[in-house]
Write a protein that binds this ligand. Structure first.
Ligand code: PEP
Length: 248
């Protein structure tokens, strides 16, 4: 399966900084074997559309509303993302779950809205440090993914899953390849119960993936790519991760 390397800029960037970053990425991207995408804050999606249209780099949002339209001040609908040709929408990032109270059910609704608009949701799941220490990692990620399977099971092969242990996000602490692979295998088995084609669903690892550790993580049998936070803000680092994915 093709690998996917998706950058998550989080709440970083400016028109000038984005332009420089994207131009540096375009200068070095070549013709990647892997799928590549950048997920930007909503105000910059039109800039990414202008800069990336026709390039090998797709773009996406970091969230999408669970509602179709109407009186939801501040929210951005899937149809709006579609207007800017977003290919992906991250849903259920742990920062959204943690700071904005997004439940498994809301995350599933967001995934459903994205799919209905022809946008691939990148569904994030992952346990906190306390949950890992309590031995409930599998239970947590399975519960999070089950909510999405429950709502969009009929088109589950259209989603991307990202396993992001919360304790590894932005901390410099990466899951070992074995730790990550073990959870990815659990997720793959869960998807297998929902579709005869679980191998078609890219399961990304996210959590301090960087130029130095990408190759060993991406070599694991059930790690189909990476969701990259910090390292997606530096063109050379991001390009090295893409190169590691191309080499698989
Ligand atoms: C993320 O925000 O999805 C992420 C994985 O961040 P980082 O790579 O900075 O840990």
């Amino acid at each position: 399966m093709k690998k996917l390397i998706a950058g998550n800029w989080k709440m970083n960037g400016s028109l000038a900084a984005n332009e420089a970053l994207v131009q540096a990425m375009l200068a070095g991207i070549g013709s990647p074997k892997a799928d590549v995408a950048l997920c930007a804050p909503a105000p910059y999606l039109s800039q990414l559309q202008l800069l990336l249209n026709g390039s090998p780099i797709a773009w996406g949002s970091q969230d999408v509303s669970a509602h179709e339209q109407g009186a939801f001040t501040g929210e951005v609908s899937a149809a709006m993302l579609r207007d800017f040709a977003c290919r992906y929408a991250i849903v259920g990032h742990s920062e959204r779950r943690q700071y904005h109270g997004e439940t498994d059910a809301v995350v599933a609704e967001k995934a459903q809205r994205a799919l209905a608009a022809g946008i691939t949701p990148i569904v994030c799941v992952g346990e906190t440090l306390a949950e890992r220490e309590a031995g409930v990692t599998e239970e947590v990620v399975k519960r999070q993914l089950a909510a999405v399977i429950h709502l969009v099971g009929h088109c589950i092969t259209e989603i991307v899953v990202a396993y992001e242990p919360v304790w590894a996000i932005g901390t410099g602490k990466t899951a070992t390849p074995e730790q990550a692979q073990a959870v990815h295998a659990v997720l793959r088995a869960q998807l297998k119960a929902a579709t005869p084609h679980p191998e078609r669903i890219q399961i990304l690892y996210g959590g301090s993936m960087n130029a130095a550790n990408a190759a060993t993580l991406l070599a694991q049998p059930d790690i189909d790519g990476g969701l990259i936070g910090g390292a997606s803000l530096k063109a050379p680092d991001f390009l090295q991760i893409v190169a590691a994915a191309n080499a698989q």
